[in-house]
Ligand binder design. Sequence first.
Ligand code: NAP
Length: 283
Amino acid sequence: MSDLFDFDVRKDQYAVMGNPITHSKSPRIHTLFAQQTGHRLEYTAIQVDVGGFSQAVGQFDAAGGKGLNVTVPFKQEAWQRVTERSERAERAGAVNTIKFDGNKLIGDNTDGVGLVNDLTTNNHIEIKGKRILLMGAGGAARGVLAPLLAQQPTLLVIANRTVDKAVELATAFADLGNIKGTGYDDLADQQFDIIINATAASLQGQLPNMPDTVIAADACCYDMMYGAEPTIFMQWAAEHGAAKVLDGLGMLVEQAAESFFIWRGVRPDSLMVIKALRAELSR
Ligand SMILES: NC(=O)c1ccc[n+]([C@@H]2O[C@H](COP(=O)([O-])OP(=O)(O)OC[C@H]3O[C@@H](n4cnc5c(N)ncnc54)[C@H](OP(=O)(O)O)[C@@H]3O)[C@@H](O)[C@H]2O)c1
């Protein structure tokens, strides 16, 4: 592990920890942020063995690291590991950003604000007063619930293959807004203005089992996954009349921008980086 932390001591050190980690775009994104803002920093990707996360964080801290992003499968472990949590991280039950501040390890979760910023700022989609369908009840869904509800939609329905998990999540966030948990079969007579795919189904080339009728006129459909080609969910949305179809590349860059702001106190121009990554994806 020691050669993993063979730092260039003249630059502040940041990293993303996960397993697997080879395909992470975070080093590229933060390098572009650093170039753009003139900050001297180095950002690397570190693959950590399952069971070795806590030790890896301690070693990174001891080596003088300034901040970490945390991804699958360590976000819940990171939540346990930090010494303080932001309110949104507390609520999400998961930490994707750690700031090392003296003896303190401050945990935050920027996934939700990343999604909301991509929807509202980058794509001009108003959430207030809208009906939202959030498909999936895993870590990603949990992380975005509080920031979505803070935008005051009239209704947020969580639908999940394992219905109990959707109902549990809805109960846990019921104090923050009008939220319900359900299965896909119960969506037959409902329509939504914003439909977010937070399942891992697109990764497997599959669609969640939602009825085709859930898309309201003028609806926006958003897949948290992204790639060089539209995902199967995006293709389904376009075929069934969605007015706007988006992938999760903007969310990825926006959550990184919020992490950068937490660490460096400067907000980078995320649109420029989204554009650069989009061009690189299609090469
Ligand atoms: N763009 C971004 O910045 C960003 C950030 C975070 C996550 N993501 C993406 O979000 C997705 C979910 O991540 P996660 O961390 O929440 O994963 P997770 O915790 O493993 O949860 C997976 C969810 O997907 C559901 N699911 C899996 N396969 C399915 C299928 N074939 N049909 C219907 N539902 C299915 C699961 O349902 P059950 O409960 O029934 O198993 C569960 O609700 C991933 O694609 C990830 O890449 C993107």
